[in-house]
Ligand binder design. Structure first.
Ligand SMILES: [Zn+2]
Length: 478
């Protein structure tokens, strides 16, 4: 190992990592067996058997340390998820395809971790320069895969797996579509997803400016983009999110000094965040939203084409809240403080919007998990959220050496936008994650020169919580 690179000891190469792999292999093979017992020998059950056998091979460390084996695991996991969505076989939940896919993704993480650990500094650098040289090609390949290949694959897979399946309500049209109609429909779906990703990447590009300028007190809207090294104005053709940086090869056109890779990374992250919320909260029909009755509709057709405005407004509101949270956390990551006016402005905005659009406020739920008319007025629920945020932030500051540091502004933001239950849920998630992390790895992941990474733990916890919001809110009731 090269000096200067500190590597963690988990999961690969530890006892808990070994047991995880053993469990994954064992359970995956049972999944495959169960699928055949329940459904006979079909293409779907064959996939489950193949995935089970592949997991046993991974456990026995056959084909390990190769990029190809990562690819095979990934393709099998994606196939399991897609087959489950298109034509779910009647297997018990514990042995179902999503469980199999989760096990495959675990194995993928273990393998990637192991391979990442074997990389030397030189290999890392050459991988970086390779990515820089071929970044544009990779981006185009991802675009073609998402927009053109995946509709064809999904429509084709459905034609093979479930040619006689009943109409696809609630996701699609009521009538059974022909292959070409379905292809067109899937194409519209992936174009819409791509549109949301693009909007997110553009917002990410703006956030880069906000993160850099707001702590310094420079105007975000008036002054044009410029190179951080030589202050030369950046042409609009070089300023497109992701593409601009890749086309310039990560260097300024004027002074040839490197432009940090963090700019495209932030753009990619926000693009993916928009895409995640789009799938989890918007076209799913809001299945993650705690305390709400989901409309029973899902899919691009029923949510966007016949627009369900309450869901769309909520999506926009939550995107604004999460982007603000991300920007503030990145400002803390940079060792700066979030200016008070920025906190006051965004909290005021998020507090005021529910007065205009009551549908965006969190569902008024009391401590017993039931609808509470006392909380039903706009402003009240945000106010309770703010009190909860102050309490949680105060309690967590007592544990300050044991958990990653959190920003009180971010807690207030989450309380205002998502309500008191979400704040409590996120705090629990944060405590459980830090506790588990200390148990497995010991203290010290966020110490020394990596301490600033700790500011990103709360945003990650908030995003995970948001996807599981409904399930977490139901826990005390169950
Ligand atoms: Zn420059």
């Amino acid at each position: 190992m090269q000096p200067g690179i500190q590597k963690h000891d988990w999961p690969a190469g530890t006892l808990s990592g070994e047991y995880l792999l053993l469990f994954a292999a064992g359970h995956a093979s049972i999944c495959g067996l169960m699928a055949v017992v329940q459904g006979g020998l079909t293409l779907t059950t064959l996939l489950a058997v193949l995935a089970g056998l592949w997991m046993i091979a991974r456990w026995q460390e056959l084909f390990s340390g190769r990029l190809l084996s990562l690819g095979v695991t990934f393709v099998l996991a994606v196939l399991c998820v897609s087959v489950f969505i298109l034509a779910p076989p009647a297997t018990p939940v514990l042995f179902s395809l999503p469980v199999l896919a989760t096990l495959l993704f675990c194995s993928l993480l273990l393998d990637a971790d192991q391979m990442g650990r074997q990389l030397t500094d030189g290999q890392l650098r050459s991988a970086q320069s390779w990515a820089l040289r071929h970044g544009m090609t990779l981006l185009v390949i991802c675009f073609v895969l998402l927009v053109f290949v995946s509709p064809l694959a999904i429509a084709g897979l459905k034609e093979i797996l479930a040619p006689e399946a009943p109409p696809n309500a609630p996701q699609m049209a009521m009538d059974r579509l022909t292959f070409s109609q379905e292809l067109l429909f899937r194409f519209c779906e992936s174009m819409t997803a791509f549109f949301f990703f693009t909007v997110g990447a553009c917002v990410g590009s703006f956030l880069n400016v906000v993160i850099y300028r707001v702590p310094l007190g420079i105007s975000t809207l008036v002054k044009a983009s410029h190179c951080p090294s030589c202050s030369q104005k950046i042409h609009s053709k070089d300023n497109s999110p992701l593409i601009g940086w890749l086309r310039l090869g990560g260097k300024c056109r004027n002074c040839d000094l490197p432009i940090s890779a963090r700019y495209p990374v932030v753009e990619l992250t926000i693009g993916l965040l928009f895409l995640l919320l789009y799938y989890v909260q918007l076209i799913s029909g809001g299945i993650n939203l705690a305390g709400r009755n989901t409309p029973g509709y899902a899919g691009v057709l029923w949510i966007l084409f016949y627009t369900k405005w309450p869901l769309v407004w909520l999506y926009v509101y939550h995107c604004v809240a999460f982007c603000t949270m991300f920007a503030w956390s990145m400002i803390r990551f940079d060792g700066q403080r979030v200016p008070r006016f920025s906190v006051a402005l965004m909290l005021g905005l998020l507090f005021a919007v529910p007065f205009l659009k009551t549908s965006v406020q969190p569902y008024p739920v009391g401590i017993d998990g039931a609808y509470s008319s006392a909380l039903a007025y706009p402003g009240v629920i945000s106010a309770v959220g703010i009190v909860a945020a102050l309490a949680v932030s105060g309690l967590l500051s007592l544990l300050k050496d044991r958990i990653p540091p959190t920003d009180i502004g971010v807690w207030l933001l989450l309380g205002t936008a998502l309500g008191w239950q979400a704040v409590v849920g996120m705090a629990c998630l944060l405590l459980i994650a830090s506790g588990l992390h200390r148990l497995i790895c010991g203290p010290g992941l966020f110490s020394g020169d990596r301490a600033h990474w700790a500011w990103l733990v709360l945003p990650c916890a908030a995003v995970v919580h948001h996807c599981l919001w409904k399930a977490i809110a139901l826990l005390p009731v169950v």
